[in-house]
Ligand binder design. Structure first.
Ligand code: NAD
Length: 422
């Protein structure tokens, strides 16, 4: 009989019932069921409330980025990621940045944008002016939606109105600018956008459709900067190599995609470690990288008067320390404690520094020995583990494969058989 994935009320079942169902559906062994049932540092009851249809968890390693000195303070940075060599690269870059005092960072403030889309307007410019004329009323109504946020010192601060041309005709887009303090703020600003929509319809006579935040958080920018001493990073040729690598990314979207992917290796791993929304940050970063009409680098590099390399990054950073999973996931709370985080602004700055560190490390490797040498050593361990190696055989097989420049599953299996028989 063909199996059916159509299940009504799956969400109403207990986790055990769901597990039983998928065990039968996918012929899982008891051991496999026990493996997914294990939710690691996240209590089962919390996991079950966090998303829908929960059957278990997937634990990723948390590594600690070391050597970071940010705005004069030493910080240990939890990073959660499945990819080898990211934590090592960030730590290595941070060690080199320390020589010149580490990273300096700042933050533009936690202001999010909520968009309200207005259609069916005959005179869009007039509608825009009418909305702007009632700015205070709109902001006041928005503020009423979240007294807790107002108490925390945040709330709606300003309003922008844009007329855009679309394939469906002109639209009037209102941006509510909301200071969301220590929250990422998606729920907070979405509620406000929904609340003010009828007022905008009434003011303009138009029809409101979408009411939702924008992840292109241009009023919530984190910036970081570091000076890398020429001799520490390998001399003049390395400085020139990195400048060329960066210029390539700045000029070419094909290169910029991978350049920024490396930056996000660092950024997303801290975002994830703190229970924040990786997709929100990634959408913000990539759209910001294309803000001038061509997708480009999120970092910049230049030489200072002494020939040292100066790197900087500017990236939207809508992370929170209240709300979402940041408070409910116990591991995320511990991650914040490790970094001694007191505000979302502080976290945003740290994350920008990790992004810059990661980018510097990648460019330095690419501009010198190539990325594979360092990367392959770590990758080789994963290949060895996948081939079934355990204990000290993991390193032994990995080292041999790197030496032979054959980091491959078939070679790992051969070596495993060879060493196991000894
Ligand atoms: P939330 O609604 O859980 O918590 C935020 C609320 O906490 C605020 O509205 C405020 O009332 C209260 N609060 C208490 N102390 C505060 C302080 N010091 N500073 C600020 N607020 C304080 O969470 P949220 O941050 O509004 O939403 C985040 C969640 O929304 C994330 O899980 C995200 O994944 C999700 N989300 C994202 C998108 C998107 O990115 N496009 C869309 C929808 C939802």
């Amino acid at each position: 009989m063909e199996k059916s994935s159509e299940v009504s009320g799956f969400y109403k079942k207990s986790m055990e019932e769901r597990l039983k169902f998928i065990q039968e559906f996918a012929c899982l062994t008891d051991e496999e069921v026990a493996t997914i049932r294990n939710t690691g540092g996240l209590p089962v009851g919390t996991a079950d409330k966090m998303i829908e249809n929960v059957v278990g968890g997937l634990t990723l390693p948390m590594g600690i980025g070391v050597n970071f000195r940010i705005n004069g303070k030493d910080i240990l940075i939890p990073m959660v990621i499945e990819e080898p060599s990211v934590v090592a690269a960030a730590s290595n870059a941070a060690r080199m940045a320390r020589v010149k005092g580490g990273f300096s960072a700042d933050f533009s403030g936690p202001v999010m944008i909520a968009q309200v889309q207005l259609v069916d307007v005959d005179r869009p410019q007039e509608a825009k002016e009418k909305i702007l004329a009632r700015k205070n009323d709109i902001l006041e109504l928005a503020a009423k939606q979240d007294p807790i946020l107002i108490q925390a010192g945040g709330g709606p601060k300003d309003l922008e109105v844009r007329v855009i041309e679309t394939s469906m005709g002109p639209m009037v887009i209102t941006h509510l600018l909301v200071d969301t303090r220590d929250a990422m703020g998606a729920n907070a600003v979405n509620t406000m956008a929904e609340a003010v929509a009828p007022m905008i319809e009434q003011i303009t006579g138009g029809r409101v459709l979408l009411r939702i935040l924008s992840n292109l958080a241009v009023h919530r920018l984190a910036r970081a900067r570091a000076v890398f001493e020429r001799e520490i990073i390998g001399g003049e040729a390395v400085v020139e190599g990195i400048l060329n690598a960066w210029a390539f990314a700045e000029a070419d979207p094909f290169r910029a995609a991978t350049h920024n992917k490396g930056i996000m290796n660092g950024i997303s791993s801290v975002v994830l470690a703190t229970g924040n929304d990786t997709r929100a940050i990634e959408a913000g970063a990539h759209s910001y990288a294309a803000r001038n009409g061509r997708y480009s680098s999120l970092t910049t590099y230049e030489k200072d008067a002494d020939g040292n390399l100066v790197g900087s990054i500017e990236v939207p950073m809508a992370v929170g320390i209240v709300g979402g999973a940041t408070k409910t996931h116990p591991v995320a709370r511990i991650a914040l404690k490790i970094m001694d985080i007191q505000s979302a602004a502080q976290l945003a700055q740290i994350i920008a520094c990790v992004g810059l560190a990661q980018n510097f490390a990648a460019l330095r490797a690419l501009a010198t020995e190539g990325i594979q040498r360092g990367h392959m050593g770590l990758h080789a361990r994963n290949v060895a583990i996948s081939a079934g190696a355990q204990g000290e055989l993991v390193d032994k097989i990995a080292q041999q494969m790197v030496k032979e420049r054959k980091v491959r599953a078939d070679r790992a299996k051969e070596l495993l058989a060879e060493y196991s028989n000894k």
